[in-house]
Design a protein around this ligand. Sequence first.
Ligand SMILES: C[S@@+](CC[C@H](N)C(=O)[O-])C[C@H]1O[C@@H](n2cnc3c(N)ncnc32)[C@H](O)[C@@H]1O
Length: 253
Amino acid sequence: MAFEYIKPATDSLDHSGIQYIEFLGILDTNLRPSSYFEIGTSGGGSLAAFTCDAVCVDPQFRIEAAPPLNRKRTLFFQMTSDEFFGSQRMRDYFPSGPDICFLDGLHLFEFLLRDFINAEAACRPNSIILMHDCLPVNERMAERTMRVDETEDPSTRSAWTGDVWRILPALKQHRPDLRIMLLDCGPTGLVACTHLDPASSILVKNYDRIVDDGMNLSLNTLGLDQLWRMFPTVDTRRLAAHPEDITAMFNIS
Ligand SMILES: C[S@@+](CC[C@H](N)C(=O)[O-])C[C@H]1O[C@@H](n2cnc3c(N)ncnc32)[C@H](O)[C@@H]1O
């Protein structure tokens, strides 16, 4: 079934699918999660896409409008994700683990790797982990330090994904047991991980080596093309037209 929505390798590389926050809302509407965990909330744009109970982590919230919609409980932890995982137990808030996690905190590889490790350990096998910004559209936005290039197209010149893209080759090599799909959501892609293994210790045991190996990769050498083709890419516009297949593809019940 998922196969029907996978883009052919001959398709051009672009994020021509549904904008990521809109797609998060589509997941909320169709999957009806009861628990949402978010690292990196900022102004609350992604948070507002979900209507269920939420746990949010950000060292500097910038929320100006009320984001809860129909939500009964929204818990804000104004701290880094490392501090959150070092001081809190997810099961105190979500006894069955979060249905959906969205990792959108600090855009540096080693931080996202730790966020992934800690989030997966707090999940169920059928939870979903979504990661943002892993599919940059150029090398400038994927640098470790944010930099605006005035000569670049205005639509992308101030975008910064950082080097979280390095998590894709890392998971490809070390976690073939995960089911990973790329979603063609603008502006910088979404990555969906399912078939989680909360008991897996592979990433923790090999953390230093994985970080070192990742840092030795160059996007210029790897190529955006190879990065974008590392996992199957889902055509989100086609998928959204068949809501019944969204629930089949992401079965959180
Ligand atoms: C791109 S913004 C999040 C945007 C939001 N998810 C959305 O889609 O509307 C990234 C956020 O990560 C937060 N952040 C930075 N370092 C962090 C850390 N170590 N742990 C958690 N969040 C962090 C920043 O404060 C910032 O608000």
